[in-house]
Write a protein that binds this ligand. Structure first.
Ligand code: PHE
Length: 446
């Protein structure tokens, strides 16, 4: 059976940007930056996006395009009879871990959308947004129903095929989300006390750099936000035609994704300080900050509705890229239909999502890693460990296993002056940095 292909290069760009831009830019960026002291985290995150993220994005997409297979198959094709294909299984494991909590958080966003549509959220509840949100997420089945709804939407898009399902919607809603965020940032910056939020985000607290966990947090955020290391970009790359040029696409996606993150920071942190919210509130951070912003705004109810609509769509264009990773793999090895495979994979992830959701309610005492609840633990393993390891393996494949000329050819860099720079980064800089960050975290340098 012929593999599917993107209709146009623009189709690929939109899908890849859609994969990158999602809850990671708004929800995850804000709470991870908030937990890790703001400014110092931002500097590291930007450095990692530029130094490691964009070059590895080009690497990952090129591996997929060259091999024209899924995460496991691509490594088997390019590096036969080596253990490289294990990277693919790490990617599949990350896809299960990440989508099962992603769907829970996206479910929260759909619940907000629903409340803005029927007008019930706009009046400040007696317990405050903080309390109202806490009651909602700790409910035994209510948030799970929204998770199910989001998962069904994701499955429906994936089962209708990459092209039809994904290419269209992003064209309208990504620009819309950008516009709303920019507008919200101006509003947030005009609040009393906003300056403190701006300082928090941009003024690094130098002492924070001595903390090993901030490096791993910034690395994990760079990978998560760029959809890197799991094979999502690899799988999307495998649907590309050879004639599409990749380096500018990778840079474009990197810039776009970072832009969304910084604007979200400019929406959230001024408001966090203006409303006296704790920046280290963790995963609930944006969900307790945003309603306070909308409440203060003229037409806030309307704007809140459009914002959450755009956010849900942005999340969907990311979640489909995650579900596509195991779907493409299992379709190939077992010869199952796209329909059966995506339904089965999505259902397993949903069942895992039930556990994630209960982690905010009856299972809130379950802390698999340190103080982390179920969501935070799964996120930690997937985003901070598995994704960077996946990226490391891809860099080593390009930098050390394939010949230099083959690597440059695969990335369309043969005749570019940037070729040597990219090659140097994937061969030395990225692997060394990732290893140092891991070793540092394990405490090897203490
Ligand atoms: N990058 C997506 C986001 O920011 C999440 C994602 C992670 C998608 C890993 C694919 C792979 O929301």
């Amino acid at each position: 059976m012929a593999r599917e292909k993107w209709g146009t290069k623009l189709g690929f760009m939109l899908a890849a940007m859609g994969s990158a831009v999602g809850l990671g830019n708004i929800w995850r960026f804000s709470f991870v930056a908030g937990n890790n002291g703001g400014g110092a985290f931002l500097i590291l995150y930007l450095a990692f996006v530029l130094l490691i993220g964009v070059p590895l994005l080009l690497t990952e997409v090129s591996i997929g395009r060259k091999a024209e297979s899924d995460v496991v198959g691509s490594f088997q094709k390019l590096a036969p009879r080596t253990p490289w294909y294990l990277t693919g299984f790490f990617g599949i494991a990350s896809a299960f871990l990440i989508l099962s909590f992603y769907a829970v958080v996206a479910g929260w966003a759909i619940f907000y959308l629903w409340n803005y549509i029927n007008g019930s959220f706009f009046t400040s509840p007696e317990v405050g947004y903080d309390g109202a949100f806490g009651q909602f997420i700790s409910h035994s089945w209510h948030p799970i129903a929204w998770t199910a709804f989001f998962m069904i939407l994701t499955i429906v898009i994936v089962l209708s095929g990459v092209k039809k399902g994904i290419e269209g919607a992003n064209k309208i809603f990504m620009p819309l989300l950008a516009l709303i965020l920019i507008g919200l940032a101006f509003f947030s910056l005009s609040l009393d006390g906003a300056a403190e939020g701006v300082r928090f985000l941009f003024q690094p607290n130098w002492a924070a750099f001595s903390e090993p966990s901030i490096y791993i947090a910034a690395l994990g955020q760079a990978f998560f936000s760029l959809s890197l290391g799991m094979g999502a970009m690899l799988t999307y790359g495998s649907y590309l035609r050879k004639e599409n040029k990749l380096p500018s696409a990778a840079l474009g996606i990197g810039i776009m994704d970072t832009f969304f993150a910084i604007i979200s920071g400019l929406v959230i942190f001024p408001a966090v300080f203006a409303f006296g919210i704790d920046p280290s509130s963790g995963p609930p951070l944006v969900f307790i900050t945003l309603p306070s912003i909308f409440e203060q705004m003229p037409f806030g109810g309307m704007i809140g509705m459009v914002f959450f609509f755009a956010l849900v769509l942005a999340s969907l264009s990311s979640s489909v890229s995650i579900l596509e990773v195991p779907t493409a793999f299992f379709m190939r090895i077992f010869g199952w239909s796209r329909f059966a495979t995506s339904v089965l994979m999505g259902s397993i992830m949903f069942v895992m999502g039930i556990g994630v959701s209960l982690g905010f309610g009856i299972w809130s005492g379950v802390t698999p890693i340190g103080e982390r609840n179920i969501l935070d633990s799964m996120d930690y393993i997937a985003s901070n460990i598995l994704l960077p390891l996946g990226g490391l393996s891809m860099a080593l494949l390009m930098g050390w296993y394939l010949k230099r000329s083959v690597a440059l050819e695969a990335t369309d860099l043969t005749r570019s002056p940037l070729g040597s720079l990219w090659y140097f980064i994937v061969k030395f800089v990225a692997p060394v940095l990732i290893l140092l960050i891991f070793l540092n975290k394990i405490g090897l340098f203490l």
